[in-house]
Write a protein of this length. Structure first.
Length: 433
C-alpha cells in the first residue's frame, strides 16, 4: 500500500485519466495533496476555476480512484492551493468559467482574428476600447470560448471586478421573476452597477417587447457610466428582429464576425483540444478529423469525444485505423446525406422506442433522454437549424433543442456510458446513410 501522499495522488490521477479521458486535463500534474486525514483527501488546485471544474465533473471518478488506490473509504474534496480549506466545498461563483476557455487555448486563424483581437483588447481596458463589443456567427465557432476568456483575463487582473454573464434566456427569466416578485429595482441594481455585462444569444430578445425595453435602459445606464457591454448573436445586428433603437446601439462599438475555421485552423484546433486533455494524437489523425468535420469547432470536439470513447471502451490504441472506423470513411460531402429520419430511426431502434414517443409531450426519463440525444445528434450530424430539429421532434422550439444539446454535452464529459452510446449511435447512423 502506498504511503507517500505524492505517490498516492499520482496513482489516483493515473486511474482517473484511464477511466475518464474526456475530462482529464494536462494540468492534473499540478494538483497537490493539502490534507489526508480522517477519511478526507483534500486536493489543492491551481485556481478556483479548476477546483470548480473538478468538483462538477470529476469528483466521483477521483473518489472511486482514491478508494481503489488506498483500499479505504475516502472522501475527495478540491480546494485552491495556498488558501484556507474551510468551508470544504468549493464556493460556486455567480457564473461558471471553463478552465479550458482561455486566450492561451484559443486557436487564432483568418476566420476569427478580428474577434480574438477585439476580445483581448476589451479585457485589458473595460469600457474604453470597444463598447459595446458585438460578436456574431453560427453555433460552435468560438463565441462562448472568447466570452469565458475575457472573464478569465479580467478576473486575473482584478478579482473584485463585478461581472454579470448571462444567456439572453436567463436575462429574460430573471426579469420576469423580478416583476412577479416585486423586485425589479433589485434586478436593475444588480445589472446596472457591474463593470462588465455579457449577454449571450441576444437574438432571443425578439418579440419580447418588455424585455427589450428593460435591456434598452440597462444598456444606456452601463454605457453612460463607461461600463463594458459584450453581446453575442447568431447574426449581425442589422439582421436581428429587435427594435431599431437597440440595433443602432449594438453598432456603436465594434461588430466582429466569426466564420467557420479553414482546414489548417481545424487541424490546429484538434491538436490543441487533444493536448488540453493530456492525450497524444498523431498529425495524421488530426488531419483526418479536420477533413471529416468542416462545419464548426463543436463538431470537432464531438469527433474527438467519439474517438476517445471508442479507444477507451475497446482498449485499442488511438490509431488512424481506429479513427477511421469510429468516424467512418465517408467524406464530408457524403455525410451531408445524413437526415433527421436516419437519426430518429437509429435512436428509436437503439432504445426500443417509437418515433411517436420522441415526438410526444411525455417527459419520463426513458423518453426524455433519447429525445435529447436525438436532438444532439441532429445538431452535430446534419445542417438543420435548431428550429427545424425541434419541428421534427414534436414541434419543440429552438431553446428546448439548445438546452438538450447542452445537457448531452455535459453528460458526454461526465458519463462514460453516454459517450459509448453516442459512439455506437453515430456509427449506426453513418452506416445507414
Amino acid at each position: 500500500m502506498l504511503q507517500d501522499t505524492t505517490e498516492i495522488l499520482s496513482a489516483i490521477v493515473a486511474r482517473v485519466r484511464s477511466a475518464d479521458p474526456v475530462n482529464s486535463r494536462s494540468w492534473f500534474d499540478e494538483l497537490a495533496v493539502l490534507d489526508f486525514s480522517g477519511g478526507l483527501l483534500e486536493i489543492g488546485c491551481p485556481d478556483a476555476v479548476k477546483a470548480q471544474f473538478l468538483q462538477d465533473h470529476c469528483q466521483a471518478t477521483f473518489t472511486q480512484s482514491a478508494l481503489s488506490v488506498t483500499g479505504h473509504l475516502v472522501t475527495v474534496h478540491f480546494a485552491v492551493a495556498g488558501k484556507p480549506s474551510a468551508p470544504r466545498k468549493v464556493a460556486e461563483p455567480p457564473f461558471k468559467l471553463h478552465p479550458d476557455y482561455t486566450f492561451d487555448n484559443f486557436v487564432v486563424g483568418p476566420c476569427n482574428r478580428l474577434a480574438h483581437a477585439s476580445c483581448v483588447a476589451v479585457s485589458h481596458a473595460l469600457g474604453s476600447t470597444y463598447n459595446p463589443l458585438f460578436l456574431y456567427g453560427s453555433v460552435g465557432l468560438g463565441k462562448t470560448h472568447l466570452l469565458h476568456a475575457i472573464c478569465h483575463e479580467v478576473l486575473r487582473g482584478n478579482q473584485a471586478a463585478a461581472i454579470q454573464f448571462l444567456s439572453c434566456e436567463s436575462f429574460m427569466n430573471r426579469f420576469i421573476s423580478a416583476i412577479e416578485q416585486g423586485t425589479v429595482a433589485e434586478f436593475q441594481r444588480q445589472l446596472r452597477t457591474v463593470d462588465l455585462l455579457i449577454i449571450d444569444d441576444i437574438q432571443f430578445l425578439r418579440e419580447r417587447e418588455q424585455s427589450q425595453e428593460e435591456f434598452f435602459h440597462t444598456f444606456n445606464a452601463l454605457y453612460n457610466n463607461h461600463k463594458q457591454i459584450i453581446l453575442t448573436a447568431d447574426s449581425s445586428p442589422s439582421d436581428l428582429s429587435v427594435e431599431d433603437r437597440l440595433i443602432s446601439r449594438f453598432k456603436w462599438g465594434l461588430v466582429a464576425r466569426l466564420d467557420p475555421p479553414g482546414y489548417e485552423t481545424r487541424v490546429a484546433i484538434v491538436q490543441k483540444k487533444a493536448g488540453l486533455r493530456g492525450l497524444a494524437i498523431s498529425d495524421e489523425i488530426a488531419q483526418f478529423v479536420a477533413r471529416q468535420v468542416q462545419t464548426n469547432i463543436r463538431e470537432l470536439e464531438g469527433a474527438l469525444t467519439i474517438l476517445y470513447a471508442t479507444a477507451n471502451t475497446t482498449g485499442q490504441p488511438l490509431t488512424l485505423a481506429v479513427a477511421q472506423q469510429a468516424l467512418g470513411h465517408a467524406q464530408p460531402e457524403t455525410q451531408r446525406h445524413i437526415t433527421i429520419t436516419h437519426i430518429i430511426a437509429a435512436v428509436t431502434g437503439y432504445y426500443n422506442l417509437r418515433a411517436a414517443d420522441l415526438q410526444s409531450k411525455r417527459r419520463s426519463q426513458s423518453i426524455a433522454l433519447p429525445r435529447q440525444i436525438c436532438m444532439y445528434l441532429a445538431r452535430n450530424l446534419t445542417r438543420h437549424s435548431l428550429e427545424e430539429i425541434g419541428g421534427h421532434l414534436g414541434g419543440r422550439d429552438h431553446s428546448t433543442v439548445l438546452h438538450a444539446c447542452e445537457k448531452i454535452t455535459q453528460l458526454i464529459e461526465s458519463d462514460p456510458a453516454i459517450r459509448s452510446q453516442l459512439a455506437e449511435l453515430t456509427d449506426r447512423i453513418q452506416q445507414a446513410s
